[in-house]
Design a protein around this ligand. Sequence first.
Ligand code: 0A1
Ligand code: ZN
Length: 877
Amino acid sequence: MRDASPLAVYLNDYQPPAFVVESLELDFDLAAAATEVTTRMAVRRNPEAVEPDAPLRMYGDGVELVSFTVDGAKPAEGLLEQDAEGLLLHGLPEAARLEIVSRCHPEQNTQLEGLYASSGNLCTQCEPEGFRRITFFPDRPDVLTTYRVRLEADRVQYPVLLANGNRVEAGELDGGRHYAVWEDPFLKPSYLFALVAGDLACQRDTFTTMSGREVQLELYVEAHNADRCDHALASLKRAMRFDEEAFGREYDLDVYMIVAVDDFNMGAMENKGLNLFNAKYVLASPDTATDDDFVAIESVIAHEYFHNWSGNRVTCRDWFQLSLKEGLTVFRDQEFTTDCTLFGVKRIDDVAMLRAFQFPEDAGPLAHPVRPDHYAEINNFYTLTVYEKGAELIRMLRTLIGRETFRRGLDVYFERFDGQAVTTDDFVAVMAEVSGRNLTPFKRWYTQAGTPRVTAATSFDGPGGQARITLTQETPPTPGQEHKEPVVIPMRVAFLDAEGRRITAHQKGGEVQDEWVLELSEGEQTFRFEELSDSPTAISWLRGFSAPVILNANQGVDELAHLLAYDDDAFARWEAAQTLFRRAIRSRIEHDAADTALEAAIEHALAALLRDDAIEPVLLATILQLPPTRELAELFERVDPVRLRNERDDLEKRLYMPLTDAMQQIQPKLDDVDNGAFTAEAMGRRQLRNRLLALRVAARDQAAVPEALAQYQKARSQTMRMGALNAVNELDHEARQVLLADFEKRYRDDPLVLDKYFGLQAGSQVAGGFERLDALLEHPGFRWTNPNRVRAVLGPFMARNERHFHQDDGEGYRRMGGFVEKLDAMNPQTAARLAQPLTRWRKVDTGRGEQMRAELERLAALEVSRDLRDVIERALA
Ligand code: 0A1
Ligand code: ZN
């Protein structure tokens, strides 16, 4: 049976809450089977409410109501109404005290929203609407209050009892029970509430803040993981220091706690003073985690920490404003990681991720603005658009108003709105105020979906003469938004001479400069430069990726090769290579033949790069990599993904085959990389070593396979072990089986490392993909109720295994559809996420597209969750 379409919520319907909550007390009688919650709150009519006698809405989802009193008495007949959304309480006076006793069932909660059990511990996830699965409450982000929380539980099963804020009391009780009372002095919305009850080991450290206060840092993990905590704690301290130095933000409570949880839907959660983390983003040792894992952990730890200001102290008025905290916090964590890494490569990694994931989202059926204006299920809006594109908007604001002004604006923002729930308009208004600029046109970036396409044309008069740049822009239609207005695009450019040096010039009336930020705010604009010091050999466009747009600058192969050889902007240098790779692929697909002259020129440019002693290893490793299929697919209206992948791999092979000797010659310089050092430089050298190995294997260098075997055997770190495995994972060769079998045996009992094995098996295009899939689902380490396990198998299968996922009889789509259906019954949020690759049916060739659509239609006819239904209906619309 099909249920009705999920009802949408509209930004325009926003109304302030009818009541404010003046204080809140929560008493938990904790047990896995049933937990009883006593909720006491003082409410008062909100002077800003639209209707003076509106009822109090308390949301509740799957919570049993045990009793309810208003000022100590049962509400009179008819005043308390229970409906599908929870409770409505009519006839309240100006102020009242409510006491609600309710019950929930953590052990049965496979959805992992609200209070649930994971590895025998109890924990919570409340963002965005999980608090209503714990108790009845006005569960919306603009209802802020102070919390006093009492936890009571079995002393042996749950020796550790944690909640937000400071522990003010604890003690023993009869019957083997104990309790703890926690108070959080800061106002917070319910989505930031958290509790943990469990048997956990605590790793401690301290941090002295810039004003000299000592903060206790506590990291809670299962006892057997106690030796994998050092990196997370060190990362936390670095993040705390960075936020003080770069943003002037100091931590506010006396304790900062992080708890690692095995079963978790997302990466981590910024609950006030008590972050909950997917164990994957906490636990690391050189034997179990790769350099990439170390970097990801550092960045997620920082992200959650930075939320303490951008999200917690200043929060969102409603969920349409999600990017207010997420875009800003991603921007902040990107700045932090940039500070810890070398040579602009972090920026390249971020752009690569934006292109591979956010651009397709923005061009597909799920496209939505950074600040959406309606949603059917808010869980589905924790997207790359809200997070990553949102961060790009913040970065563009900084580029437009300048670093110092931007920093001043942030200070004003945090000070003015401390303790409040605000909007993205409030944020932009502060930036307009401090800069004295009209940023209203900029706000279209928040309300318009789709990636703008920019074209650039130039003309020059020669040295001493003029240059003219004409830029045009257009944003394609997206669902519900046919017509788009121009947006404000900061385009950073420089002219390079024949030696790669920057040429100076000036704009009319402007100073002599060697780099400009052109502001394109109309459909078409021309910018003039005068008195060029030389004739440009190349133009370095969109330096640092100054705006999230798709640029067509029509550059010739020689010009791109020049940029690749010389550009001092790491992004622009990488981009030159990417443009060449994209052009070669496009030619193969569109003309059914390789452009041999182009490919020879690329090979020549790559050869020069490999000879360049000055280039940083990590930058070289990054530049050598071809774009992934996901990103390449965006070049075409519709494309056969299997063919696209084959052409990509074939191009890689052709380009690198003549370069195997050159690659091998670099190797001796990288022989000492497995040295346990975790500096950016050491990690960059390992990355290069692994990239060269993989490229040599892809280029059929016979010597490379035994080297991969040897590297695996000798490896002292997970980075080198995975480097070897990745290199051989697409080879139908005994070496692959031998290494994978060894890896499985070695890490069978280590779930986080085992996920890497699942990913390698599921993501490999080697023949027999469906049999491998079956075997993985039968593996004793696999569990449908653990999101990491499910993602480790289904994710790479859909993302990297084109041959099987897109098998032309539709088997891949039916399998994945079936898995999504199965998962949806347990965990709708994760199911809706994993269904997303199926929504891209209009991008693949018609034969396959129809099979994908058929699978979506099949799911649409079932009784599925609201999360999954929302995704499917938008995909089919
Ligand atoms: N605010 C978290 C992300 C997050 C969102 C939803 C969750 O569960 C439904 C969990 C975490 C962050 O940005 O890190
Ligand atoms: Zn976040």
